[in-house]
Design a protein around this ligand. Structure first.
Ligand code: ZN
Length: 255
């Protein structure tokens, strides 16, 4: 699943694939792609830079052309060399960028659009994004203040609220709370400020490691029913918040 760490890694992979290459062809094989009529506008461009904001990926091609993508639960980017086997059928791709010796491919997700930068600044989803968990100590400090301010909201739900802190998804929500020994079901206001700072600091560290190594902690996420690596008790899981996103936790050592 695409959380902030994997978005940054994806941006790096895409940057490496592009290098100085010029786009020789661009098409949207899937008729449901939002780029069916506009993909060809990419032809002739080179990638100027990539940018990530939480779970949003921005590919800047020129001062007037930006590709804005959000992978959601099911979207994904891939880079394929000649003869390499694709993980999903070409006809289902939303975007195929031909770089000559490489193809950069995107499948699905809630957002894929070509816009001018001025439209980005008007995008309410981007405008509402909170500080980026991978944005460094100052951003993390702002995120802590934001989360600490929503007293009645359950911690697990607050951590997923991209207006409070951008980039954390279901995996790091669960793993950071476990590492901190904090109950994700507790209302934010029931914790001391130091605990809020601790859980967000841990999430930032875990995700920064994820950026560099591609690995995630994996101690409770999707380990429901299995033994807790700390106390040996049974790991629980249950949907949390308005979107019913599954939280994994150890009731014995996170209370
Ligand atoms: Zn435990």
């Amino acid at each position: 699943m695409a959380e902030g760490d994997s978005i940054v890694r994806m941006a790096r992979r895409i940057e490496a694939a592009f290098g100085e290459r010029e786009i020789l062809g661009a098409e949207a094989p899937n008729p449901r792609s939002p780029l069916v009529r506009t993909a060809s506008r990419l032809v002739g461009h080179r990638l100027a830079r990539t940018e990530t904001r939480g779970k949003h990926l921005l590919l800047h091609f020129s001062p007037e052309l930006v590709l804005h993508a959000h992978m959601g639960m099911n979207g994904g980017w891939y880079v394929y060399g000649p003869g390499q086997r694709w993980r999903r059928p070409r006809r289902s791709a939303w975007l195929v960028i031909d770089l000559g010796d490489l193809e950069v491919v995107e499948f699905g997700g809630p957002t894929l659009r070509l816009v001018r930068p001025v439209e980005l600044s008007r995008d309410p989803r981007l405008a509402r994004l909170g500080p980026d968990i991978l944005g460094g100590p100052e951003e993390v400090a702002k995120a802590c203040a934001n989360v600490a301010a929503v007293g009645t909201v359950e911690l697990g739900e607050a951590l997923l609220n991209q207006r409070l802190v951008a980039g954390i998804g279901n995996i790091f929500k669960s793993e950071a709370c476990f590492e901190a020994g904090i109950d994700p079901w507790g209302a934010v206001g029931a914790f001391e400020r130091g605990q809020i700072d601790r859980v967000l600091g841990i999430a930032a560290d875990q995700m920064a490691r994820g950026v560099e190594t591609g690995r995630r902690p994996g101690r409770v996420y999707r380990k429901s029913g299995g033994p807790c690596p700390r106390c040996g008790g049974r790991i629980s899981s249950r949907g949390q918040g308005d979107d019913n996103r599954t939280t994994y936790w150890c009731p014995a050592c996170q209370s």
